[in-house]
Design a binder for this molecule. Structure first.
Ligand code: SF4
Length: 342
């Protein structure tokens, strides 16, 4: 199958039955992975602060500065959470929090350096999302390249593509006008790649985005990967509307599976397409039939939990689901960027 364009993707979405989408997605998946094998990680998202000035209308997590209920985790809290993750058999932490004006880039560099010092390469961590990175570089009056170098020097290996939601300027103006522009987002991600750090692509569906906006997001992601080859994976999850200013309803699992298939077909240059156990629970595993090949088993993420996500801690019980669908599942350790391997 040759690469499809946006018009063909739109036609597939609107007209192709599930079986056709699955078959096409499995064809692209088979270029990268064995058909009946999936990989996974056990991880924890550590939300180090809930204070945020971005005011995204789809977020139930943040409080404004000086509002009641704001927190910043202490170093001891962070270490205790990582230790607990290790007890669960996990080795991946994703740091994610709000745009807290009291926490400068140096605060994060110190935190990340202390985590690297304490855990070495036994625990890998996603230091920030691109969204937080843009905010911190801006506050520090540093170029994206300079900020990326600071993080690299602090022992950071990964700055992931989280916080992207839907990457169109129009979507950002509607829902998150203080967060970043799409141009800033990709400029920052390019700097991350150029600094020798690893990064990923993400997407969140189920707000009020149009089909054309979803397709624009996929097109921008594919173009970025053609240009840089820096994206390790693509992870899509679904919006949780509970407790948010924007509200709305959740999309169906079937819509999610079809979008995973379309993403797998369209993003023919990205190795891993990941399905979201965090937002889809048991339904996430069916997405393996639609082209996904990898997933996280998270033990905590306050951001999505505040908006209605539920987390199952019976990890063996969860793993029995893809096995019952005919997949062998293998643990995958986070990779270290080749440029930083000594
Ligand atoms: S989604 Fe992130 S950036 Fe937006 S308000 Fe919530 S914590 Fe802040």
């Amino acid at each position: 199958m040759t690469r499809i364009d946006v018009d063909e993707a739109r036609r597939l979405w609107l007209e192709a039955p599930d079986e056709e989408l699955k078959e096409l997605a499995q064809g692209v998946r088979a270029r990268w992975h064995e058909p009946n094998r999936a990989t996974y990680m056990v991880m924890r998202i550590i939300n180090y602060t809930n204070v945020c000035v971005a005011q995204c209308d789809y977020c139930a997590f943040y409080v404004l500065p000086n509002q009641e209920g704001g927190y910043v985790l202490s170093r001891a809290d962070v270490f205790a959470k990582i230790d607990e993750l290790v007890e669960f058999g996990g080795d991946l932490v994703a740091f994610n929090g709000g745009f807290n004006p009291k926490l400068p880039l140096d605060f994060y560099c110190d935190l990340f350096a202390s985590v690297r010092e304490r855990y070495g390469d036994r625990v890998e961590f996603y230091a920030l999302t691109i969204a937080e990175f843009v905010y911190l570089a801006d506050r520090a009056r540093l170029s994206h390249a300079e900020a990326a170098a600071r993080l690299r020097d602090a022992g950071v290996h990964w700055v992931t593509g989280g916080g992207s939601e839907i990457l169109t300027e129009n979507f950002r103006k509607r829902h998150a006008k203080f967060k970043y522009t799409v141009r800033e987002y990709f400029d920052a991600q390019r700097a991350i790649v150029d600094a020798g750090l690893k990064t990923t692509a993400t997407m969140v569906i189920g707000f009020d985005e149009t089909l054309d906006e979803r397709l624009e997001h996929l097109q921008r992601t594919r173009d970025f990967q053609d240009e840089t080859a820096g994206l390790f994976s693509f992870l899509c999850w679904t919006y949780k509307p509970y407790g948010t200013a924007f509200g709305g309803r959740e999309i169906s699992p079937g819509e999610y599976w079809r979008h995973i298939a379309l993403s797998r077909i369209f993003l023919d240059n990205v190795r891993h397409v990941r399905t979201s156990v965090l937002t889809q629970n048991a339904d996430a595993f069916r997405a393996l039939d639609y082209g996904a090949d990898d997933f996280d088993l998270p033990i905590e993420d306050e951001v999505t939990q505040k908006a209605g996500a539920t987390i199952e801690l019976d990890l063996e019980g969860l793993l029995s689901i893809p096995r019952s669908l005919g997949y062998t599942v293998e643990y995958r350790r986070a990779e270290r960027p080749a440029a930083l391997t000594t």
